[in-house]
Design a protein around this ligand. Structure first.
Ligand code: GLN
Length: 194
């Protein structure tokens, strides 16, 4: 029988419940992760949106940083919005610590106050037609390295990217009914477990 992947959702802050529900609907075992020792049992992890600065504070306080750093350098991880910021090699506006595993530069809160939330439908390389993307105080990816595959864009900037076992979105795929982005992550996790 095929192995059913166990995917954790980092549950320190942000929209973790919705991610977990979506992953469970798609056939994964979804667990909420609140302590560093819980990472050991996981095949993969979702780092949800929220506030990346607050994430960093929680991670330091809970003694999470080193364990999570090892995890993101070895296992499949999907970072959305603040999660994408935490994975990036370079963070600006303002500069901030990050795991540096995704070869991208990202500018925080890049769309300004008036445009800080938006729903945009754009083309994607994912099969099934255009993708609806919900942006909330979103970052903008300003540079991508050669190992990055761009799967969707907003005004020419990448919004959904893949680097091997890593997936990142500057929008919130858990807030639309379209399951393709989470499905892609599950496919990445299953590929790795074969
Ligand atoms: N503005 C947040 C940050 O810079 C990200 C917003 C989000 O995750 N929706 O961390």
């Amino acid at each position: 029988m095929a192995h059913i992947p166990t995917i954790g959702v980092l549950a320190l802050q942000g929209a973790f419940e919705v991610h977990a529900r979506r992953l469970a609907e798609l056939g994964a075992i979804a667990t909420l992760v609140r302590r560093p020792d819980e990472l050991a049992a996981l095949d993969a992890l979702v780092i949800p949106g929220g506030e990346s600065t607050t994430f960093l504070k929680h991670l330091e306080r809970e003694g999470f940083y080193d364990t999570l750093n090892t995890f993101v350098h070895t296992k499949p991880v999907f970072g959305t919005c603040a999660g994408c910021i935490l994975l990036a090699k370079e963070v600006t506006n303002p500069p901030q610590a990050s795991f540096g595993v995704l070869d991208i530069a990202v500018e925080r809160n890049a769309y300004g106050r008036q445009n800080d939330s938006a729903i945009i439908t754009a083309d994607t390389t994912l099969p099934g037609g255009p993708l609806e993307m919900v942006f909330i105080r979103a970052p903008r990816i300003t540079r991508v390295g050669p190992a990055i595959e761009t799967l969707a864009t907003r005004d020419g900037s990448p919004t959904l990217i893949r680097q091997g076992r890593l997936l990142a979105a500057t929008f919130h795929p858990e807030l639309t009914d379209d399951t393709r982005v989470h499905q892609l992550f599950l496919d990445i996790v299953r590929e790795r477990n074969q």
